[in-house]
Design a protein around this ligand. Structure first.
Ligand SMILES: *[C@@H]1O[C@H](CO)[C@@H](O)[C@H](O)[C@H]1NC(C)=O
Ligand SMILES: *[C@@H]1O[C@H](CO)[C@@H](O)[C@H](O)[C@H]1NC(C)=O
Ligand SMILES: *[C@@H]1O[C@H](CO)[C@@H](O)[C@H](O)[C@H]1NC(C)=O
Length: 176
């Protein structure tokens, strides 16, 4: 949905937009269910940085997962910007190319080769994102964002069996 909106609204100025990831925050709501052993963005040098994430899962297997994506914009704190969207992850994994999942697919594709979150449910292991270099994603997004400069974030909330278990927040800056 956003993708269509971005594309439709995009003008020649989009190409000049620069996106850079600034922070990553993970929080578990129930440490008996999951814990984050790693959750950071590490800069290798001025132009290259990567994301590492290690979510240790204590209650396995997992086979009923929903993710809620909330786009946020900074203005005296982070406030909702665009509508939140919720996806059934197991349904997505069964049929990643489904039309209704196109936005999730676009996000997933960017880090697919750096994660073990790459198969259908159930999940009977920890979740890892290992050295996901963000450069390509930053370049990829740049073309689609006809939105003003500023600080943005995507707050993701992870539900297992309908209970919110954790949140992962990705922060980024848009400059021209
Ligand atoms: C930054 O680090 C990356 C990855 O190690 C490397 O490929 C790139 O050449 C480095 N860039 C500079 C300017 O040193
Ligand atoms: C993942 O894909 C990107 C771009 O397609 C590539 O630059 C990167 O080296 C790949 N990483 C791994 C671990 O294969
Ligand atoms: C999923 O990721 C794991 C760990 O990187 C890898 O060993 C496995 O081959 C991948 N599976 C698929 C279907 O790509």
């Amino acid at each position: 949905m956003w993708m269509i909106w971005f594309t439709l609204a995009c003008t020649a100025t989009c190409a000049l937009t620069h996106v850079s990831f600034t922070n990553l925050k993970c929080e578990s709501f129930d440490k008996k269910f999951c814990q984050f052993d790693a959750c950071y963005i590490k800069a290798v040098n001025r132009t290259h940085k990567y994301i590492d994430l290690y979510a240790k899962l204590m209650v396995l297997p997992i086979q009923n997962v929903e993710i809620k994506l909330e786009p946020m914009r900074y203005d005296n704190g982070y406030n909702p910007f665009l509508l939140a969207m919720t996806f059934d992850l197991c349904k997505y994994m069964r049929n990643p190319s489904a039309r209704s999942m196109i936005f999730l697919r676009e996000i997933h594709k960017t880090f697919l080769n750096a994660t073990n979150m790459n198969h259908t449910c159930p999940y009977d292991h920890d979740i890892i994102i290992d050295k996901f270099f963000t450069g390509n994603l930053e370049k990829g997004i740049s073309r689609y964002l006809p939105i003003p400069n500023g600080d943005y974030a995507i707050f993701t909330k992870w539900y297992v069996r309908n209970i919110p278990r954790s949140t992962v927040k990705i922060y980024f800056k848009i400059t021209k």
